[in-house]
Design a protein around this ligand. Structure first.
Ligand SMILES: NC(=O)c1ccc[n+]([C@@H]2O[C@H](COP(=O)([O-])OP(=O)(O)OC[C@H]3O[C@@H](n4cnc5c(N)ncnc54)[C@H](OP(=O)(O)O)[C@@H]3O)[C@@H](O)[C@H]2O)c1
Length: 263
């Protein structure tokens, strides 16, 4: 069983599809009010419609279309969300896997964009919601990482992605140590290989650009059926969310036994 999050408010980035959508549905069904953030308003409204269909009342759902790469949009979104009340749970799930390709060809602007979306945005959203969490003496921040952080050499031609996820984990562990004893926990989550648009996008890329190794690996994983569903991965994260871990790197393969896996 997933924990009961009744009365809590959760902000989920990247909630328009994939793992973020599954997390939003899980949190909504567990009683939380949900704030759905991504760029695509259409996809956010699809998530909203799914929540409504599962019995989550409209008052408990908020859609906040935002480009996390845009400093101004990000600050405005955080301010608007907090004006309506405290955020108790923040899941920094949105990320970009770009730029892929030989490291020598990566433009500084593209690397900056990846760092902005994958590291700066989670850190800034956390900073925005932290004061309310600290006042309440309770809060949960989860930063969605990747197994690439444990083996950065394992994703050749994915240097930017590996760099950002390693940085995100370092940020997570450092902040967790700073917040020890406050009731606010910060953990990272490695979701496994999940059948989402991000995986599909990588499979479709030109092997000349992203390298045959990467291209073949992602296509093989898909063809062999080794990818898990977003719902499976989300359930593992939500199982951990009920616990009091702080400064942990959770992995889908070590989901707590309490997690309900809805395929
Ligand atoms: N799928 C996997 O196998 C896998 C493996 C390891 C780690 N992960 C991690 O899991 C998380 C979710 O990935 P996913 O596979 O579910 O990917 P996905 O299906 O591509 O979803 C990514 C979400 O992030 C949002 N997003 C991307 N850039 C954004 C921006 N600039 N501003 C606001 N929102 C943005 C997207 O919406 P818009 O495009 O509409 O903005 C979308 O809702 C990511 O952190 C990813 O690194 C995934």
């Amino acid at each position: 069983m997933t924990a009961d999050f009744a009365g809590k408010t959760a902000l989920i980035t990247g909630a328009g599809r994939g793992i973020g959508r599954a997390l939003a549905l899980g949190l909504g069904e567990a009683g939380s009010s949900v704030v759905l953030l991504a760029r695509s308003e259409t996809q956010l409204h699809e998530t909203r419609a799914l929540l409504l269909r599962r019995g989550v009342r409209a008052q408990r759902i908020r859609v906040v279309p935002t480009d996390l790469a845009n400093d101004q949009q990000r600050s405005q979104a955080a301010a608007a969300v907090l004006e309506a009340g405290r955020v108790d749970i923040l899941v920094n799930n949105a990320a970009t896997v770009e730029p892929l390709g030989a490291t020598l060809g990566i433009a500084a602007a593209d690397l900056r964009l990846a760092l902005e979306v994958n590291v700066v945005a989670p850190a800034m959203l956390t900073a925005a919601v932290l004061p309310g969490m600290l006042d309440a003496g309770w809060g949960r921040v989860v930063n969605v990482s990747s197994a690439v952080a444990t083996n950065p050499a394992g994703m050749v031609r994915g240097n930017a992605y590996a760099t950002t996820k390693a940085a995100l984990e370092a940020h997570t562990l450092n902040l967790a140590a700073e917040l020890r004893g406050t009731g606010v926990t910060v953990n990272a989550y490695r979701p496994g290989g999940v059948d989402t648009a991000m995986q599909a996008w990588i499979r479709q890329q030109d092997p000349e650009r992203i390298g045959t190794d990467l291209h073949e690996r992602f296509n093989k994983n898909f063809a062999e059926g080794s990818l898990i569903t977003p719902e499976h991965s989300a359930a593992a994260l939500l199982g951990h969310l009920a616990e009091d871990d702080n400064g942990a790197i959770w992995d889908v393969s070590t989901a707590p036994t309490s997690a309900t896996i809805a395929e």
